[in-house]
Design a protein around this ligand. Structure first.
Ligand SMILES: [Zn+2]
Length: 236
């Protein structure tokens, strides 16, 4: 009798034992993965190495996919100002260019005007506003582009031989900048315009310090470091 009873208990005991081991190993694996991810997140936010930056990018992509539409406003706090694609070291032949404001939106047009004035006040580069669109070196316009992940764009045409900029088309993306859901203050719109004008001058992104050329967020206006960068670019 005892033997039969023991045998009957043996099978569920084995199953329970197996399940216990299975869940325990699952928990251990999850703990290890969580630890590794935490270490990588810590590393990427404390290091400027290329690997760290690319991990950071991948991680923010993942987290933006995971968050719901309700959180869009939060994600967009670090929305890319633009993709920043232009030839390295490219610049105008001297530190001035003519500009035409094509944007008919009053908010964006006045943000452009403020940004032009801010750059002119640095003395490092001079933008001359003109009324002839065809004669302008730089055209400042806007468009509404929901497929773009950027708040602005600066498309430069550069002479390949001399590495001198011939023409720049700047766009501010009204889809993000003028929709309250994305939380852009007027100040940040002006910062975005200053950033795009920085590209139009020939500046690259600068994510290593407080700079108008930070690639995301548009939180900073023109800084001393940006003025120095323009002076360096046009030094000879
Ligand atoms: Zn940029």
């Amino acid at each position: 009798m005892k033997k039969i009873f023991k045998f009957l208990l043996y099978i569920p005991g084995e199953i329970l034992g197996f399940l216990w081991r299975f869940f325990w190993s699952l928990l251990k694996t999850a703990l290890i993965i969580a630890l590794v991810v935490l270490c990588l997140v810590w590393y990427s936010s404390n290091s400027n190495s290329q690997f760290a930056q690319s991990f950071k990018g991948a991680f923010s992509n993942i987290s933006s996919h995971l968050s719901s539409d309700k959180d869009l406003g939060k994600d967009i706090e670090r929305l890319a100002t633009d993709a920043g694609s232009h030839t390295e070291g490219a610049r105008w032949s001297n530190n001035s260019a003519t500009v035409y404001i094509a944007s008919s939106n009053s908010t964006l047009a006045s943000a452009y005007q403020e940004a032009l004035l801010a750059w002119n006040n640095t003395g490092a580069f001079t933008f001359n506003l003109i009324n002839d669109k065809d004669a302008a070196d730089i055209i400042l316009d806007d468009r509404s582009d929901s497929s773009s992940q950027a708040a602005g764009e600066a498309q430069s045409t550069t002479d390949a031989l001399s590495n001198r900029i011939n023409h720049v088309d700047v766009y501010l993306n009204s889809y993000y900048l003028l929709d309250d859901a994305y939380g852009y203050t007027y100040e940040r719109i002006v910062n975005t315009a200053e950033h795009e004008l920085g590209h139009a001058i020939g500046l690259e992104h600068n994510d290593s310090e407080t700079s108008v050329m930070q690639s995301a967020g548009s939180y900073y206006a023109i800084q001393q470091t940006d003025i120095v960068a323009v002076q360096k670019l046009y030094a000879n």
